[in-house]
Design a protein around this ligand. Structure first.
Ligand code: LLP
Length: 432
């Protein structure tokens, strides 16, 4: 049994992804190769939409956090599915706009957006700019005034929740570079300042408590903390804010031992808390936004590699080296992230060996997984690293001047290229 139903095996004993034979994909498109199941992406998006409709009367918007995986085709899928997109840089904004994604449904994040990025957001009519700090608040008001426009904004708040996740990706606590602190009064000051700015329209508040969270409780707690602040704002200023953005962070299953409730359960529970608690506090039930990234694309993606050498170091370990590595997937090097790996051409055989899968970069830490179970493999075999759809392609680099792999999408067994393989000409294009 493999960790995700996105992959299966066929009569040849080969791994299949979205109905396509992984070996044929590797043969046709080369390796390393990012492969996505389009149906799985759409299914996850619909799971969130249906849950918001069912449990919150549709009074909300699902906003895909494109930092997890951004390319034009992904933005087109979001457009077709009628959801919003969260962008966090001028580049992600540009990508979304380049497929005519409706700017009103774009949410623009970032703790240090540049003048040019903010200008592009206002000029293009981005629906919600999430303001992170006072400097940005002033700058944005000036930009909007100069352009003769009013910018829709939300303020990013630190609700001070410890979501028990990896330290590097925990952002809701007070010691975070993101957002305004509640405890110090900074958040209330920012709300008052925003309400006084003529070219800004404060639509509501945002929080994001971390990533790869399995528990539902921290989301419920965050919603409560935020709603109490809505109430405080009403009491102090008389203004009732309309929107509550609860961010993303819903966990996915990387290994069989990982467990999370269906996403509908998160939405059901959080919706119930928001409805009942806002009623209890005597404030309007807000329009909600959620920003899932990993939970939409994570399990839909698989990376294929070709095995080069297999190096057995007696009594120490066996290194299986592949033709990619930290340049296309830096997550093990960065976070010691777990992945399940399977040999695509012997997918039905037992994984009897314990090996370390290493990349080809000139760096000892360039590993995809240490001491992982794998079928006995030899040079030329194809390895599939599962659940690599989130933060892999989007975090890829050209370290060692390695060209980024292409991205293909599979639908009904048919594959199409959505991002081409990078060439050496492209890598050297900006060199003088
Ligand atoms: N909204 C905001 C404001 C965020 O900062 C993030 C992720 C999301 C939504 C989406 O979170 P998700 O649903 O994907 O968990 N590079 C790390 C993850 C960094 C997440 C940053 N923010 C990794 O590879 O695990």
């Amino acid at each position: 049994m493999l960790v995700t139903k996105c992959v299966s095996t066929n009569e040849k004993g080969h791994l299949t992804i979205g109905g396509a034979d992984a070996l044929e994909l590797a043969e046709k498109f080369g390796t390393p190769l990012y492969v996505y199941s389009e149906d799985k992406i759409r299914q996850k998006i619909r799971e969130f939409i249906l849950s918001v409709n069912k449990y919150y009367n549709g009074n909300g918007l699902v906003v895909y956090a494109s930092k997890a995986f951004c390319c034009k085709e992904m933005c087109r899928i979001c457009k077709q599915e009628n959801i919003g997109i969260d962008v966090v840089s001028g580049g992600e904004l540009y990508t979304a706009l380049s497929v005519d994604f409706p700017a009103k449904k774009i949410v623009f994040h970032g703790n240090n957006k540049t003048y040019d990025e903010l200008t592009a957001a206002v000029e293009n009519g981005v629906g919600r700019i999430i303001v992170d700090n006072k400097t940005e608040l002033k700058k944005l008001n000036e930009i909007a005034a100069n352009l003769g426009k009013t910018a829709g904004i939300m303020l990013r708040i630190k609700p001070g929740i410890d979501a028990h996740t990896h330290d590097f990706i925990k952002t809701g606590q007070i010691d975070s570079k993101f957002g305004f602190a509640l405890e110090t009064g900074e958040a209330m000051d920012a709300v008052k300042a925003a309400l006084d700015m003529p070219n800004l329209k404060l639509r509501g508040l945002h929080c994001h408590i971390g990533s790869q969270i399995f528990d539902i409780a921290p989301f419920e707690l965050a919603a409560k903390v935020m709603l109490e602040f809505f109430r405080d704002i009403k009491l102090e200023t008389g203004v009732e804010l309309e929107e509550l953005n609860l961010g993303g962070g819903f966990g996915i299953k990387y290994l069989k031992k990982d467990y999370h409730e269906p996403y509908a359960e998160y939405i059901k529970n959080v919706s119930a808390v928001v409805s009942s608690f806002s009623h209890e506090l005597g404030i309007k039930t807000p329009f909600i936004l959620i920003e899932p990234g990993r939970s939409i694309v994570g399990v839909a993606g698989t990376t294929l590699y070709t095995v080069g050498s297999v190096k057995k170091i007696p009594d120490i370990r066996t290194y299986v080296s592949v033709d990619g590595g930290m340049a296309d997937n830096p997550r093990y090097a960065l976070y010691r992230s777990d992945y399940e790996i399977v040999c695509a051409n012997r997918a039905e055989e037992d994984r009897t060996e314990t090996v370390t899968v290493a990349g080809k970069c000139c760096e000892s830490g360039d590993l995809i997984q240490e001491n992982t179970k794998l079928q006995p493999v030899k040079s030329g075999d194809i390895l599939a690293v599962l659940s690599t759809g989130a933060y892999n392609y989007s975090m890829a680099s050209n370290y060692n001047r390695i060209a980024r792999p292409p991205v293909i999408m599979v639908k009904d067994g048919e594959a199409r290229v959505v991002v081409k393989r990078e060439t050496y000409e492209q890598i050297t294009a900006n060199d003088i």
